[in-house]
Design a protein around this ligand. Structure first.
Ligand code: KG4
Ligand code: ZN
Length: 375
């Protein structure tokens, strides 16, 4: 169902879509401006969907607020919202300049409307709506998680069904992607997100922010066997995660050997990363079985396993999942890091996919702090 559309031109588009179907549109070239501001990245991108369905990123501009949040060791919502206000217009301008396009060349505007931090969401959403209104363009309010879920289509032309492991600072989920708009949650964290756990371990050891890349670099110099850390949820008869106990175990291990020297930090990081990778592999292994069951697919049928989110750039985790995938007849796909972390291109692409399904948003579409993909 498409909600009430304010502008006359949009009503025409809507009626045309509903009466003739969206098939005609899918044979047309579509250029979309996508805006992202749900956490600490202010991003604007322009993506072209060619008539043959392939994607081309014409611009992908991102401003990451690392400097603003680093002193606090985590994202401060109020500061994030202010930084989005400061940067969003510049990102849009840069995206248009990079793509050598004007507003008149766009067919569509998409903006993240949730889930995320409300202050930031409002900035991107209002910018998108204002552009839509001023330039007479249809608007699509995009679910940020759907942006991540469909990225493999943008980067590698992968089509559903596939298994998606989303591992970021805010999310840890395993999703079965059946089709655009058809997602099934197979597993989720019952407490912390995995990226959050990496960030907290880094903070505890006095490394930098965001913590993931520091922990990974320290781990390469460490002995993963020196500290015995737990593997929460491993072996459980579901696909869920828990990282809070692992983080606390790291805290106890560090306290027990105070003062902690550099070699201790290397070893703690190695042990933590090995435990996290181990748990991920166990949970995804179970999800692979469930995925096959759900699709009634044979054991030898090959499917893609996509990983997305900032933690997907961790080489040790990717390696472990690659071996798991090979053993279970899945093919691991890791989109480029710039498309795995938060970006506007994935929002533009998800916006195009929704547009093709006939889902144009009302200009009263609200920001949503919570918005599960699978409701
Ligand atoms: O997807 P993302 O850029 O933003 C959201 O959280 O939505 O993910 C950021 C998270 C942070 O927690 C960061 O520490 C983690 O991804 N991260 C990593 C690595 N690079 C980024 N975690 C582990 N290893 C990495 N190499
Ligand atoms: Zn994200």
């Amino acid at each position: 169902m498409v909600a009430f559309i304010i502008k006359a031109s949009h009503i025409c588009i809507y009626i045309a879509f509903r009466s003739s179907g969206f098939n005609q549109l899918s044979h047309k070239e579509i250029i979309c401006l996508g805006l992202e501001s749900s956490c600490d990245d202010t991003a604007a991108a322009i993506v072209k969907r060619h008539a043959d369905g392939s994607a081309e990123i014409l611009a992908n501009i991102i401003h990451t607020q690392t400097d603003v949040h680093a002193p606090f060791g985590g994202v401060v919502p109020e500061l994030a919202a202010r930084a989005h206000i400061e940067y969003m217009d510049r990102m849009v301008k840069q995206a248009l300049t990079t793509a050598a396009l004007g507003y008149d060349d766009l067919d569509l505007v998409a903006a993240t409307s949730g889930p995320g931090l409300l202050g930031g969401l409002i900035v991107g959403l209002m910018s998108g709506k204002a552009i839509s209104l001023a330039h007479d363009l249809p608007f699509v309010a995009v679910n940020h998680l759907e942006g991540h879920a469909l990225t493999a289509g943008l980067s590698d032309g992968i089509k559903p069904p596939y298994l998606l492991l989303l591992i970021s600072g805010g999310h840890t989920q395993i999703l079965q992607v059946n089709a655009v708009g058809n997602y099934q949650l197979l597993g989720t964290t019952i407490d912390d997100a995995i990226g959050e756990a990496f960030d907290k371990v880094a903070k505890l050891l006095g490394l930098g922010y965001p913590g993931g890349p520091f922990v990974e670099a320290y781990a390469t110099k460490g002995d993963a066997t020196r500290f015995k850390l737990p593997r929460p949820m491993k072996g459980r008869d579901n696909c869920d995660f828990s990282f809070s106990g692992l983080k606390t175990a790291v805290l106890h291990a560090a306290k027990a050997i105070e003062p902690v020297n550099e070699q201790d930090k290397y070893d703690i990081c190695a042990a933590f990363q090995a435990a996290a990778a181990d748990v991920l592999a166990d949970r995804v292994g179970r999800a692979m079985l469930k995925f096959r069951q759900n699709l009634a697919a044979a054991d030898d049928q090959n499917f893609p396993l996509i990983i997305a989110g900032g933690v997907a750039s961790n080489k040790a985790i990717a390696q472990k999942l690659d071996i798991l995938a090979q053993n279970h007849n899945f093919k691991l796909i890791v989109p480029p890091a710039k498309l795995c972390t938060d970006n506007g291109a994935m929002i533009a692409w998800a916006g195009i996919e929704q547009y093709l399904l006939g889902n144009i948003s009302d200009l009263t579409a609200p920001p949503r702090a919570r918005w599960p993909l699978y409701e």
